[in-house]
Design a protein around this ligand. Structure first.
Ligand code: FES
Length: 406
């Protein structure tokens, strides 16, 4: 325990100099300064100047990189481009440049701070004992004095350039964290483009919404086929003519207890069976269907006896086709793909947070954090025997959002 006199009057404290208060504060805090040494014995030591210059250079690098980050973030072409699009090369540098500039800005700031502490601030080893309870007035006063003393010994007060740069680098570092949040400010109600396989930009549309526009939509599986290199007179290039990435699905393609992931495929983009045409190029459209982030659907064939015992949700009684059910693959918790279907229990499992949905009860959640059933797609089979959508989803797909009503 400290044996230091704590009974000072205000007048006595007022009479003390800053350094006396700082020394008293050290004692009151049970701090023992075991070792303290100035970095430089004389003012204007060339070594000190070198150290200050070094720190200044690091801070300038940090400031410049912070500005560069903001410039890249605001002005560099960021919108998605695919092969063959103009400006693809510039776009490819967007993310690496953000990483590089922010990374260098943070590292340079860190190096400058570490160098300042190691080369400018006096070397000191202090030991303090812990004590409990709130601080007395005397402790508060002496702490202020100690902080003032730290400020003085740091010599930052007279190093205006380093101070300014440190402040600037700190602000810019903060902006590298805060500015990107601006990109998240979007109007979720705004229709951003005409309706296509990726919806129209609003949260309640998907490729399946095309059905509302009168488009016949097949349920199609992804074959994983990739475009091939074509060697012709004009040189070598990838050709996508005649390449079908999506093919239509028939009931006999799935065994009882089986599951297939399917995507919407408009009639005009079909390139399989009797509609195969080696000259037709639908590859890009089909890839858009696969990339539509609310498009993936699980087409499940229950075992016949399970389908007989299945419970339909009111208003969705005719959404199934025989033993076949189509549920959105986008988890209603926070949108992971609910990729795992267990045939023994007829449960659909989301691997992200282990939500489970019962395929025999209209995709109702039976375990985990998801609170809503997986939306069910109404399906049927057309005259040629292929699965088609009977309609759009009757509720928004995926996680909840403010303006959804169901
Ligand atoms: S996203 Fe599926 S359980 Fe969380």
């Amino acid at each position: 325990m400290s044996k230091v006199n704590k009974n000072y009057t205000d007048a006595q404290l007022d009479a003390m100099s800053e350094s006396e208060l700082a020394a008293l504060g050290t004692q009151l805090d049970d701090v023992t300064v075991a070792f303290r040494k100035e970095r430089y014995e004389v003012d204007g030591d060339p070594e000190e100047k070198r150290a200050a210059t070094n720190i200044t250079v690091w801070l300038i690098i940090s400031v410049l990189m912070g500005i560069a980050f903001l410039a890249v973030y605001l002005f560099w072409p960021w919108e998605f481009r695919t092969h063959g699009d103009e400006g693809l090369v510039w776009h490819l540098f967007y993310t690496p440049l953000l990483g590089l500039t922010s990374g260098v800005a943070i590292c340079a700031l860190g190096i400058a701070i570490v160098q300042y502490v190691k080369k400018i601030i006096p070397e000191e080893v202090s030991v303090q004992r812990r004590h409990d309870g709130p601080s007395d007035e005397i402790d508060r006063r002496t702490l202020t004095a100690l902080l003032n003393d730290s400020w003085k010994t740091s010599t930052l007060g007279r190093r205006k350039t380093i101070m300014g740069l440190l402040g600037g680098a700190g602000v810019l570092f903060g902006l590298t964290v805060i500015a990107p949040l601006g990109g998240a400010v979007k109007n979720p109600w705004k229709v951003r483009h005409a309706l296509d396989y990726t919806g129209d930009g609003t949260l309640w549309t998907s490729g399946w919404t095309l059905h509302d526009e009168g488009v016949k939509l097949y349920l199609a599986r992804d074959t994983g086929t990739i475009a091939e290199m074509h060697h012709g007179e004009s040189g070598s290039h990838y050709t996508t003519a005649g390449v079908a990435r999506l093919v239509r699905v028939r009931p006999e393609d799935i065994d009882a207890g089986g599951m297939e992931t399917v995507f919407p495929l408009a009639e005009e983009d079909v390139l399989d069976g009797d509609k195969y045409d080696p000259q037709k190029d639908v590859y890009t459209n089909q890839m858009h269907s696969i990339h539509g982030n609310r498009n993936a659907v699980m087409l499940i064939r229950l075992r016949h006896e399970d389908a007989n015992n299945a419970i339909e949700r009111e208003g969705q009684e005719d959404f199934r086709h025989g033993d076949y059910y189509a549920y959105s693959k986008i988890c209603t918790h926070i949108g992971c793909p609910t990729s795992l279907y267990e045939a023994q229990t007829n449960r659909i499992l989301c691997p992200c947070h282990q939500s489970q949905f019962d395929a025999m009860q209209y995709g109702k959640p039976v375990f985990g954090p998801a609170a809503r059933a997986l939306p069910q797609l109404p399906i049927t089979v057309d005259d040629e025997g292929y699965f088609v959508a009977q309609g759009n989803f009757i509720e928004p797909v995926g996680p909840a959002f403010w303006e959804r009503k169901s």
